[in-house]
Ligand binder design. Structure first.
Ligand SMILES: NC(=O)c1ccc[n+]([C@@H]2O[C@H](COP(=O)([O-])OP(=O)(O)OC[C@H]3O[C@@H](n4cnc5c(N)ncnc54)[C@H](OP(=O)(O)O)[C@@H]3O)[C@@H](O)[C@H]2O)c1
Length: 209
């Protein structure tokens, strides 16, 4: 499958692109800043320039699947959380529908809630709105909800649950592996699940969903 990785220059998404490039799928790295092209040229991965605050149809066209791993991050204002994590994400879902991209994998978060009162409620609310929109589409979606992200080495050992509230940490390497694995796992379609570092091999944990 030709897989558009949105937010490709990000810490998790770059790991996703690397894994895809080593495997059987064809990644396309969506970046918003041309200075990041070089990194993907070195991986022999094509890039497309697009910004989630503007139309992205040109990036989506011709793809078979999307992995959304972008985010406004903790250093921008609440306005960007809405513009990118909520509206920007929905923009990609609409583009997927318009251009016939059936498979959509969302990197989300645990504890999302449209009525969140958490210390980062604006984030949890924005992500919840985007996730809810995705569930209401006719796309073949999977929503993967990690805990706090770390740069610990991948262990390929995780814990998954259909319960989306909780506490825990997730290595970006383990997360990237799971996002990529979902592409080839039809039983993950139509599911939302939490993914924390744990003690079960990723393939076994996902197959038990
Ligand atoms: N951090 C956590 O503990 C945590 C926990 C649970 C879930 N998550 C979710 O996981 C996601 C990935 O985390 P991460 O640490 O890997 O992310 P990251 O390194 O912050 O990467 C986010 C990427 O999104 C891109 N981006 C931001 N605004 C954009 C726009 N307008 N158009 C296109 N791309 C845009 C950034 O582009 P540039 O490279 O150009 O800046 C960046 O490459 C987060 O966004 C969050 O939703 C995070």
């Amino acid at each position: 499958m030709k897989v558009l990785v949105i937010g490709a220059n990000g810490n998790t998404a770059t790991r996703v692109v690397r894994r895809l490039a080593e495997g059987s799928h064809d990644p396309v790295a969506m970046i918003r800043n041309p200075v990041h092209r070089d990194k993907f040229d070195k991986l022999c991965v094509p890039t497309v320039l697009a910004d989630l605050e503007y139309p992205i149809d040109h990036a989506v066209q011709g793809c078979d699947a999307i992995i959304f791993a972008a985010g406004s991050g903790g250093k921008t204002g609440k306005d960007k959380t809405v513009l990118i994590d909520h509206i920007g994400a929905i923009r990609t879902m609409v583009a997927a529908q318009v251009h016939g991209v059936r498979r959509y994998i969302m990197l989300s978060s645990i504890n999302n809630d449209i009525n969140s009162q958490s210390p980062i409620a604006h984030y949890h609310r924005a992500k919840a709105h985007a996730d809810n929109h995705l569930v209401g589409t006719d796309l073949d979606y999977t929503i993967v909800c990690p805990g706090g992200l770390t740069d610990e080495p991948g262990t390929d050992l995780v814990s998954v649950s259909l319960k989306l509230q909780g506490k825990g940490m997730t290595s970006r390497e383990n997360l990237a592996a799971a996002l990529v694995a979902c592409l080839d796992l039809d039983l993950s379609i139509g599911k939302s699940f939490s993914l924390l570092d744990g003690d079960m091999p990723t393939a076994d944990a996902l197959s038990a969903l």
